[in-house]
Design a protein around this ligand. Structure first.
Ligand SMILES: Nc1ncnc2c1ncn2[C@@H]1O[C@H](COP(=O)(O)OP(=O)(O)OP(=O)(O)O)[C@@H](O)[C@H]1O
Length: 623
């Protein structure tokens, strides 16, 4: 009995596009169907090693053009489809590539079709009708799926016994007016050319029967159209950039060129080939929980696993690619793979390799590195912070910051090479943007001294630096935290004297502020600003803000120290008020504190008190 079902909405959209496509490169349908066939064989082969229900076979893909019926058949003996799989895989778009394509299409034009793995539906670019005959080793029955690419498809049971899939394309009529020649896909010559162009590296033979006879007597012989050498097994020098980039785009569902290709062959104790890519932009789901890192794993050219997570550390999770090793046994189970020593060793090699390639890029192709860095800096920074800094030595030379003195990025090493001998720390300041950092009162003295300050504008920055602690034994020092030991010695002396002279008022302010602050001090770090808040060592005010935005972290509080600029007119004014009427100090202390909070971008703790004090001050000053 025939069942008719409707395509899901997204599928209908994609199908509509395919059937009405004015896109010229329709030939890519063959690449898509062959790639699906090859994946299906990979799956069958892998399952045959671990599941007794699945028998292995001599794997082949066949092309069968039939001029009389105007059909082109693509046949494989891969894993096939069960009925549910037909509905799931051909009735909906579950695949990332196609989804991404549709999203992109909403914004851009149709010409990008060829750059996506649009998959099975591309068959409708060249066909009026598509039939899929299939049998899975997991179902008793075979099935026939059929559709003309409009709103629905039908599924029928068949008596097929052989495991695999046969896709029959009923090719469109030629359309001379629009220069559309669909008959060409029935010609052996065209098929040969297309296989060479798109599918030469497919690891299973793609066969066709060719007539080597003459007009009188047909003599059909099997011909294999592809070389079957995976691209990563070929000599680097023989692979063109275009071939490599095509392979990447198709294999890893990207429509942009990779930013970097790392092709490495290792022989000796450990033998493997790795072909790694850094995508130009993070994958669309890179920052979501759904993103799965991992490399494809092959053993002697035979596919084992799609995303082996153990091959790539989290801090390089943006790397896509594959590893082919002859040291891995084919029938190893996934659980065993996890503990496999070879996999661990390969992963360790790859981590070093990626690191050294990135360092080379930073040295020799700075512009490309900056592109890379802007795309993935957070991943590198989290990598430093993660696991108490376990990977900091691998990552610390890949990190860069802009500085108070330059819009160019600088590495820690470059910063140290530039800094004056007398400077004993690497200065940094934290804020939302360069401008907000430059406006910080605590930057006064830095500007005055001409000291270069790293600008920490990402939330992770301070957390990461706490873990790193120092670079080449030079400590990091926040200009917003702890002692202002960066001011020069004469100023320090001067300050000591002033603190002694103003002991009483400082005590009074501290008393007025009670437990709001840990201390009230005079400071030499301010020039134009009257007050600032700094934190003690440890948790900074910026970190407090970040932590407070997380659930259940309301109790977290950085130590607050109110610092007052003794040379500012405001301090002089407060002093004279104190001398005249020391009872007024409570209101002034509160105002100073709230002002410092505001400048720090922290919420006012008691807005009513702040407002009342301000009003009172304004009225008093008019009397
Ligand atoms: N010849 C086949 N044999 C068995 N299963 C197949 C075959 N062709 C397609 N499939 C199944 O149908 C699914 C959908 O195929 P489709 O080509 O639309 O997407 P895809 O190849 O998975 O992803 P994409 O094309 O986006 O990279 C595949 O994931 C696979 O599970």
């Amino acid at each position: 009995m025939s069942k008719t079902k409707k395509f899901k909405t997204e599928s209908q959209k994609l199908l509509h596009l395919m059937t009405h496509s004015i896109y010229t490169q329709k030939e890519i349908f063959l690449r898509e169907l062959i790639s699906n066939a090859s994946d299906a064989i990979d799956k069958r082969h892998y399952m045959s090693l671990t599941d007794p229900k699945v028998e292995s076979d001599t794997y082949e893909i066949w092309l069968e053009p039939n001029k009389e019926n105007r059909t082109l058949t693509i046949r494989d003996n891969g894993i096939g489809f069960s009925e549910e799989e037909l509905i799931e895989n051909l009735g909906t778009i579950a695949q990332s590539g196609s989804k991404q394509f549709l999203e992109k299409l909403e914004k851009e034009d149709v010409e990008i079709i060829g750059q996506f793995g649009v998959g099975f539906y591309s068959a409708f670019m060249v066909s009026d009708k598509v039939e899929v005959y299939t049998k899975s080793p997991f179902s008793e029955k075979g099935y026939k799926w059929s559709s003309n690419g409009e709103s629905s498809y039908t599924i029928d049971e068949t008596d097929e016994k052989e495991v695999g899939t046969k896709i029959v394309l009923y090719l469109h009529k030629d359309d001379k007016e629009n220069d559309e020649d669909f008959s060409t896909y029935l010609e052996t010559y065209t098929l040969k050319t297309l296989i060479k162009k798109y599918s030469d590296y497919v690891r299973y033979p793609i066969n066709i029967m060719v007539n080597h006879g003459d007009d009188k007597k047909e003599k059909l012989e099997k011909e294999t159209l592809n070389q079957m050498i995976p691209i990563w097994k070929r000599q680097k020098s023989e692979i063109t950039d275009e071939e490599m980039s095509d392979f990447y785009k198709h294999q890893f569902n990207d429509y942009e060129e990779p930013l970097k290709v790392i092709h490495t062959k290792v022989e000796g104790m450990l033998t493997y080939t790795a072909l790694l890519f850094i995508p130009s932009k993070p994958a669309y789901d890179f920052y979501s929980e759904k993103y799965e890192k991992g490399l494809q794993l092959y053993s002697k050219g035979v596919f084992i696993q799609d995303k082996n997570k153990d091959l790539i550390p989290d801090h390089f999770k943006f790397v896509k690619g594959l590893v082919d090793s002859s040291d891995l046994s084919l029938n190893i189970s996934r659980e065993l793979l996890q503990q496999n020593r070879q996999v661990k060793n390969i992963a360790a090699h790859l981590e070093k390799k990626i690191k050294s390639e990135l360092e080379l890029m930073l040295k020799n192709e700075r512009e490309t590195y900056i592109k890379f860095y802007e795309a993935y800096k957070n991943t590198l920074k989290y990598g430093m912070y993660d696991q108490f800094g376990m990977h900091k030595d691998i990552l610390k030379d890949l990190i860069m910051f802009k500085t108070s003195q330059s819009d160019e990025y600088t590495t820690f090493k470059e910063y140290l090479d530039r800094k004056p001998e007398s400077q004993k720390a690497i200065y940094f300041a934290t804020g939302k943007s360069k401008q907000s950092i430059l406006n910080l009162p605590q930057m006064d003295v830095m500007k005055e001294n001409g000291s270069e300050v790293l600008l920490f504008t990402d939330e992770i920055d301070e957390f990461m630096i706490q873990v790193l602690n120092n670079y080449d034994e030079v400590p990091f020092k926040s200009v917003q935290q702890g002692e202002a030991d960066f001011v020069d010695d004469s100023k320090k002396e001067d300050l000591k004297t002033k603190e002694k002279e103003n002991k009483d008022i400082l005590k009074a302010i501290k008393k007025a502020l009670k437990d709001k602050v840990k201390d009230v001090k005079l400071t030499a770090r301010l020039k134009d600003s009257p007050v600032c808040l700094v934190s003690g060592e440890g948790l900074s005010l910026e970190m407090e803000k970040i932590l407070k935005s997380m659930p259940n972290q309301n109790e977290i509080k950085a130590e607050r120290i109110l610092e007052i600029n003794p040379d500012h007119d405001l301090f002089k004014a407060v002093l004279s008020v104190y001398e005249k009427d020391n009872a007024k100090i409570d209101e002034y202390a509160s105002l100073l504190y709230h002002q410092a909070l505001l400048m720090e971008g922290l919420p006012i703790e008691d807005p009513t008190e702040f407002s009342n004090n301000l009003v009172k001050l304004m009225i008093d000053s008019s009397k």
